[in-house]
Design a protein around this ligand. Structure first.
Ligand SMILES: [Mg+2]
Length: 416
């Protein structure tokens, strides 16, 4: 029986995910840039409007804004990228267990065994596209074919939010006119070599003399010839290459030097609240709290301690972080601090059963959980500053910052 393989590719992934929380940018050129404060930060990704204006990945922020003065620049949102990638994978798993990731935003699905349950390949592709649009707020293009390479070319064929079916009957008509570099594994060097022999399209490659190709490119010449002729039969290899988040942390450079313990406490409170919210959004808890203190001469002092139970509550993170600070005070030798980071590591799933320790006040923990969840809901509805601790108003200069997110991403199985 013939295989039915889908290749799902989320469109302009990084820019689309980042724009979900900025509906006002929907019709504007947007670029995701590292180090947005610095003019030498570079463009990491862009949306289609920015692409149309000539913005290229790798350009500096300075070059990009010169080319497109109304370009909207956003910082990367690594947690959100991982979260959307993981949720997309959960959707795919509803249709088949044979899912192979190819980068953070692309997957192959072998749905050959699912057709009786869910309809033909195109029907499954359309349903997956609808769910990605409705549940994740981004769009995807899907290629449906009888092999992986043609499925991938199908997802590239029509974008955004489209399904393309490549069959044994139509592949010559649809794919052969495309430039040869559209074929998987044809990089620049191969393309240039093929060009010397007048092979510029997929069709020209498919119709070329096999022996001549092998003498030109070696073994890979024969492989490419097979791909162009629809003879790829490589299986979809289930992998769990979804990168795992290793730690969630927030840091800030204070608007003024921090002399007093009270200053550090206020700063740490804002950081702990942000870390806790991010943990809850990811449905994770941390078992270790780390702090990093940097003084005005840029000397850094780090401390960490285990928690009695895994947590994603700001009160508990703050308590541990401030205790670490107090232990570090003698080492700081009275030099005022410039920046503070609070980080939670050794992450576990929120549902993982916790080994309760004897001195753990579970009633207090549950009460705090209810309070923080309620505040999450209020902030989600009415904005981040709708609910604030009275304590933070004692020093609005110190507490009025947006914490800088950092997270360590650990790809368990980086895609080739
Ligand atoms: Mg993509």
């Amino acid at each position: 029986m013939e295989s039915v393989i889908l290749h799902v590719d989320m469109n302009n992934f990084f820019a689309s995910v980042s724009c979900r929380s900025h509906p006002e940018l929907r019709n504007k050129p947007v670029a995701i840039c590292g180090d947005t404060e610095k003019r030498h930060g570079i463009v990491l990704a862009k949306n289609s409007l920015a692409k149309m204006r000539g913005i290229k990945t790798g350009a500096t922020v300075g070059e990009a804004t010169l080319l497109c003065p109304d370009l909207c620049i956003l910082p990367p949102a690594p947690d959100e990228y991982l979260s959307v990638s993981r949720k997309a994978r959960q959707i795919y798993n509803d249709y088949t267990s044979q899912v192979e990731s190819f980068g953070i935003d692309e997957c192959w699905l072998d749905v050959s065994a699912s057709l009786r349950l869910f309809g033909d390949g195109v029907a499954i592709a359309n349903e997956i596209r609808r769910r990605i649009r409705e549940e994740l707020g981004v769009t995807a293009s899907v290629g449906v074919s009888y092999n992986k390479v043609f499925a991938k070319m199908g997802s590239d064929y029509k974008k955004p939010d489209a399904t393309t079916l490549i069959t044994e009957e139509n592949y010559r008509e649809l794919l052969w006119p495309l430039p040869v570099s559209d074929l998987l594994f044809v990089g620049r060097a191969t393309r240039e070599k093929l060009h010397l022999f007048g092979i510029d399209t997929v069709g020209a490659l498919a119709r070329s003399d096999l022996r001549q190709l092998v003498s030109l490119l070696g073994k890979s010449g024969a492989e490419l010839w097979q791909l162009a002729n629809g003879l790829d039969r490589s299986p979809v290899c289930s992998n769990e290459s979804i990168p795992q988040i290793k730690s969630i942390g927030n840091s800030t450079t204070a608007p003024r030097d921090l002399f007093e313990a009270e200053d550090v406490f206020i700063t740490m409170r804002v950081l702990a609240e942000s870390v806790a919210l991010r943990l809850r959004t990811e449905q994770l808890c941390g078992c270790t709290v780390q702090i990093e203190l940097r003084n005005k001469y840029l000397h850094t002092c780090s401390r960490q301690c285990p928690l009695s139970v895994p947590t994603n509550l700001s009160e508990e993170i703050l308590g541990a972080a401030f205790e670490l600070y107090q232990q570090a005070v003698p080492d700081l030798r009275g030099i005022p601090l410039r920046s503070v980071a609070v980080r939670v590591t050794n992450l576990v799933s929120e549902d993982a059963p916790a080994q309760l320790s004897l001195d753990f006040d579970s009633e207090r923990h549950e009460r705090q959980q209810t309070i923080e969840r309620t505040v999450d809901t209020l902030r989600a509805r009415f904005g981040a500053f709708s609910v604030r601790r009275a304590h933070l108003y004692t020093d609005p200069e110190l507490s009025g910052f947006t914490p800088k997110a950092e997270s360590l991403i650990h790809p368990t199985d980086a895609p080739k």
